[in-house]
Design a protein around this ligand. Structure first.
Ligand code: HEM
Length: 732
């Protein structure tokens, strides 16, 4: 090499070797600062809910409906109708939702961005979104892409004769790829078995249940399962086990699952015109001239009859653009024979001479009914079969089940019903919405709040127990699907009151006292005023923080108490944290160290890195560890809201060593360097604020001589944010 000549080999656009290339296990603090104001082009004062309300909604629906049959030469519509394609677009937008962390789903319009825009399962949905661009352009910021993609699914169904259950708008768009969602650890699309623990594929049930948490799809790049069967094995019974697990993780039971698959596949067709490598690169990898589209087909015309999407070539019914129960009828009427699609994929053809299914582009051609392996699961899995036969016998029941399951699919991550907007928002309470009764009594005022604070603080409970209970209640909130939070008072109900992280015995003690205070207040309050336990839990914790801080902490009343009957115990169980660093609860696993799990929870709570930091420092000195331990309580005056945690953590007089006691694997001991005396114990979560460079930088701010007042102020703000995270009733 000539001296002085730079050996440039890097692609500059890639930014060179990144920090995460050198240290892949680095904490992902980036997920706490994504989707912020700098990426959002909309004016700060834009209120999307108001903008949506100003739309001529019926005209919007008409405009969307007009797109359905306005076939474009660059992507001709099958059977002259884009309905099937648009249903699939809406289903794939919302079907990424998973119960464990509430992430995925259609709530942010993420299908526009990587990786979802380029997932193998989303082939051709780039065209679907582009077909909608004129409508999006016409309505501008009055409708988000997130809402438009889902509403279009509804309009598609309605335009083909199906009565939907309703629609609510209200999803605001994001402007960059979401990086918080763990889609799996694979580096290749569609890898087999990578995300399944140990269990042998010869036991399909055990195998399916071994799917890694929190993912809900059987392969990287798929919305749910392989349509050809597990790992391409065309076994409908084994496929059913995969379907049950993956749809279960979407929050759907067997009945909803059958309704969705049978309902969805009553429309449209699959696309696999030919075998071979005819698809160009996906949108993220395609050239500039593709203008964001991908998978350019090179088989003959590449579009229409020559289109390749999944590589399967199936049209399910004789009425692919009209609602009917023909899908279920054929499923049971015919015997099915395995065949290969022109693309070489496993699919099933009816053993019949009935040529009753139309061709998408040739009116003179008729075909035999066909099915995917996963369709046959609805007949050959005994539990699915019962439901399918019931639906076949009663199309109204089928239609109702499909309409409700479809509505749930689209609205699962939109939050409580109080957030629904638009003329088609259904009024019925549905259990999966975690309903909270309306407040139909006068709410406590400022002087009641002052008196109640006195009553609660004077009832003999240790302040840290009150703070723990309030934190336990409010911190269940997750911004991903807007579930959890203090409103509803579900902390006093099953399953929450029994979660180990909540220290059930201590929580019961607090609740008992609060119930006594509530009863006394409600009996004697003037003007029919009442206070809920939901409010009292937060008020108690807030009063105790106020005492510890020596200054006022805001409290916003108006929460209501839900009943046990209004609570789906099984579904609420998904809000239970495996680990909660805020209370030093939980252990590291090979899937995630406790500090990583802390960052994940902080993201669900919509916290920024400084908010996370100040909360940890504050909650430690307030002494609210779930088990009452002194781990990380780096202060000699526990219960006083001071910046001691940071001062002591960063104090070089202490030397930290891993604890030698195997029983506490994640714990550390701090020794006085001068005397060798044990001074503190701490967890990984505690020490990460001194060891991780960015968190340490924040800790330094709070540990500085001018950081004390700021610390208290910031803690109060972050505490108040968490307490009110679910107060959609007052924010909107
Ligand atoms: C199309 C698989 C569930 C609605 C397809 C295609 C596949 C597939 C492979 C063909 C894509 C193409 O080549 O164009 C599956 C599997 C499912 C499932 C494995 C679950 C086990 C659903 C659900 C819905 C749905 C729940 C909606 C409620 C549709 C529609 C089409 C379709 C409407 C036709 C698309 C068109 O006409 O272009 N599905 N699907 N599917 N799917 Fe599904």
């Amino acid at each position: 090499m000539a001296e002085g000549k730079c050996p440039v080999v890097h692609n500059v656009a890639s930014g060179g070797t990144k920090i995460t290339d050198w240290w892949p296990g680095r904490l992902r603090l980036n997920i706490l600062r994504q989707q912020n104001a700098v990426s959002n082009p909309l004016d700060r004062d834009v209120d999307y809910r108001k903008a949506f309300a100003s739309i001529d909604y019926q005209q919007l629906k008409k405009d969307i409906a007009a797109v359905m049959t306005d076939s474009q030469p660059w992507w001709p519509a099958d059977f002259g109708h884009y309905g099937g394609l648009f249903i699939r677009m809406a289903w794939h937008s919302s079907g990424t939702y998973r119960v464990f962390d509430g992430r995925g789903g259609g709530g942010q319009g993420q299908q526009r961005f990587a990786p979802l825009n380029s997932w193998p399962d989303n082939v051709s949905l780039d065209k679907a979104r582009r077909l909608l661009w004129p409508v999006k352009q016409k309505y501008g910021q009055k409708i988000s892409w997130a809402d438009l993609l889902l509403l279009t699914g509804n309009v598609a169904l309605e335009s083909m004769g199906f009565k939907t259950f309703g629609f609510s708008g209200g999803r605001t768009d994001t402007w960059e790829p979401d990086q918080a969602t763990y889609w799996g650890g694979e580096s290749a699309w569609m890898g087999n078995d990578v995300r399944y623990a140990g269990a042998s594929p010869s036991d399909p049930k055990a195998h399916a249940e071994g799917l890694e948490t929190p993912v809900a799809a059987s392969h990287m790049g798929l919305i749910y399962v392989n349509p050809e069967g597990p790992n391409g094995n065309p076994d409908p019974v084994a496929a059913a086990e995969d379907i049950r697990v993956t749809f279960g993780r979407m929050g759907m039971n067997d009945e909803e699952t059958v309704a969705l698959i049978a309902g969805g596949h009553s429309f449209g067709k699959t696309h696999g015109a030919a075998g071979g490598d005819y698809q160009g690169p996906e949108p993220e990898a395609a050239g500039l001239e593709a203008q964001g589209l991908g998978w350019k087909g090179s088989y003959q015309t590449g579009v229409g009859k020559d289109a390749i999407t999944s590589g399967l070539e199936v049209t399910w019914t004789k009425t692919p653009t009209h609602w009917s129960n023909k899908y279920l009828e054929y499923l049971f009427k015919y015997d099915w024979e395995l065949e290969k699609s022109p693309g070489g994929a496993n699919q099933w053809v009816a053993k019949t001479n009935d040529l009753i299914v139309p061709d998408a582009f040739d009116p003179n051609k008729k075909l035999k009914p066909r099915m995917l392996t996963t369709d046959l699961s609805l007949r050959f899995d005994p539990a699915y079969e019962k439901i399918s036969r019931r639906f076949l016998a009663d199309i109204d029941q089928f239609a109702d089940a499909f309409a409700r399951a479809w509505f749930k699919l689209l609205h699962r991550d939109l939050g409580p019903r109080s957030l629904y907007i638009g003329p088609e928002a259904p009024k019925e309470d549905l259990i999966w919405q975690d309903p909270i009764p309306a407040v139909n009594y006068p709410v406590i005022d400022a002087s009641d709040v002052a008196n109640l604070k006195k009553s609660v603080l004077g009832a003999g409970l240790a302040p840290n127990k009150l703070i723990s209970a309030a934190w336990a209640s409010a911190s269940t909130f997750r911004g991903s699907d807007k579930r959890g939070g203090a409103n509803g008072g579900r902390i006093r109900l099953l399953p929450q009151r029994d979660w180990p992280v909540n220290n059930p015995a201590q929580l019961a003690e607090v609740l008992k006292v609060l119930e006594t205070v509530q009863a006394a207040f409600n009996k004697s309050a003037s003007g029919g005023k009442q206070v809920s336990i939901a409010d009292l839990v937060v008020l108690g914790g807030t009063a105790a923080v106020e005492q510890a801080a020596g200054q006022a902490v805001p409290f916003l009343p108006g929460r209501a108490d839900a009943s046990q009957e209004q609570t789906d115990v099984e579904s609420a169980a998904f809000l239970e944290p495996n680990a909660d660093g805020f209370r030093n609860y939980g252990k590291s696993s090979d899937r995630g160290r406790t500090e990583e799990q802390l960052i994940d929870r902080a993201q669900l709570l919509n916290l920024t890195p400084p908010e996370l930091t100040v909360l940890i420092g504050g909650l430690r000195v307030l002494d609210i560890n779930y088990d009452g331990s002194k781990t990380g309580v780096l202060t000699d005056k526990a219960g006083v809201l001071s910046n001691d945690f940071f001062i002591n953590l960063l104090n070089m007089a202490t030397e930290w060593r891993p604890a030698t006691n195997d029983k506490i694997p994640d714990s550390y001991v701090g020794f006085d360097r001068a005397t060798g005396q044990e001074r503190w114990t701490a967890s990984r979560v505690d020490l990460v604020f001194g060891s991780q460079a960015e968190l340490r930088a924040l800790a330094e701010v709070y540990a500085s001589s001018d950081g004390g007042e700021k610390f208290v102020r910031n803690f109060i703000a972050a505490w108040t944010k968490v307490m009110n995270a679910d107060r959609f009733d007052v924010k909107v």
